[in-house]
Design a protein around this ligand. Structure first.
Ligand code: SF4
Length: 317
């Protein structure tokens, strides 16, 4: 049996359990009354609407895109990709900027549990091996996602991949533990100055937040035995001009601190969002990374990493 077919056999026999969903939903609704689910720590009552919430969200989530994707990491593809508006960061190079700052922006529609249930059945039949919640940022949409998952018939469930910026409180993690199979976490910066200048990180340590999420994801080992999926994938986007300040220190830290995680080095940076328009705080990000910068990043990853290294989602040969 090849590795691929062995994994398929494991996958086919494993339906996610998602324990205590009703209790999690009740606890999440309670947490929304003074929301501190991410380090923005707004403390506002989101059940009364989005006023005062950094993420600009009340209790509803808004889906602006859904597709069966083969472009995610090989281990979780094909995946049912669900893009949700709103985020806790403001990365000036964000490809989804318009939906981050305006979660209701067309063509977004409220996340309907009955729709998610139907779509998950359809995507499973089409060959999806996971469902990925992304955006934007799924943590700021946690309650609506849990409510939607509760509508999915047990036989239609797919393992949940949580594609996150890694900014999540302990309370948010507790609500998701046992529901999320794979934490796919962005490690964007290698120092606080770049995090502040390029993503608006004030008053908290973005890397320490990522560390909390990875420690949680890997608390019971690197692989989920029921599905064979990795419990933690770390994505690092190679940004132009950020080799010395971000890529090298970030990967060195990751290799030292979380050697059990899988690394996906993403080399296809495109100047999008405000960076595409020459934003003054992101002037160096108005171009693609050079071939030399990409090659240096690949070498850095290969040297630092003893576990799986993927380049743009594909295992490195
Ligand atoms: S999820 Fe984060 S940004 Fe949104 S209201 Fe809660 S603490 Fe604020």
């Amino acid at each position: 049996m090849t590795g691929r077919t062995r994994r398929d056999a494991v996958y086919a026999s494993a339906l996610p359990v998602w324990p205590d969903l009703d209790a999690r939903i009740a606890a999440a609704a309670d947490a929304y009354r003074a929301c501190r689910l991410c380090p923005r720590d707004c403390g506002v009552d989101r059940t009364q609407g989005p006023r005062g919430a950094f993420c600009r969200l009340g209790t509803e989530a808004f889906v602006y895109k859904e597709l069966l994707s083969v472009g995610e990491e090989a281990a979780v593809s094909p995946t049912m990709l669900v893009d949700l508006g709103g985020c806790s960061l403001r990365c000036l190079f964000c490809s989804e900027w318009e939906h981050v700052v305006a979660p209701r922006r067309s063509p977004a529609v409220p996340l309907d549990p009955a729709w998610l249930a139907r779509q998950m059945r359809r995507r499973r039949q089409q060959g999806a091996r996971s469902v990925t919640f992304v955006g934007g940022e799924p943590i700021v949409n946690l309650l609506a996602v849990l409510r939607a998952l509760a509508a999915v018939a047990p036989g239609d469930r797919l393992p949940v991949v949580w594609n996150t910026n890694g900014q999540a409180s302990a309370a948010a993690l507790a609500l998701l533990g046992g529901v999320v199979t794979t934490w796919n976490v962005d490690l964007k910066f290698g120092n606080p100055r770049c995090a502040e200048r390029l993503a608006g990180v004030h008053g908290f340590d973005a890397q320490a937040e990522v560390a909390r999420v990875l420690a949680f994801a890997l608390r019971d080992g690197a692989v989920d035995p029921a599905t064979g999926l990795p419990r933690a994938i770390v994505r690092h986007l190679v940004m132009p001009g950020h080799g010395a300040c971000c890529t090298r220190p970030a990967l060195a830290w990751l290799a030292d601190t979380f050697p059990g995680a899988c690394l996906n080095l993403m080399t296809g940076y495109l100047p999008l969002g405000p960076a595409a328009g020459g934003h003054l705080r992101a002037a160096e990000l108005g171009r693609r990374a050079s071939a030399r910068e990409v090659a240096e990043a690949v070498d850095t990853a290969a040297a630092a990493w003893r576990r799986a290294v993927w380049i743009d989602g594909v295992p490195r040969a």
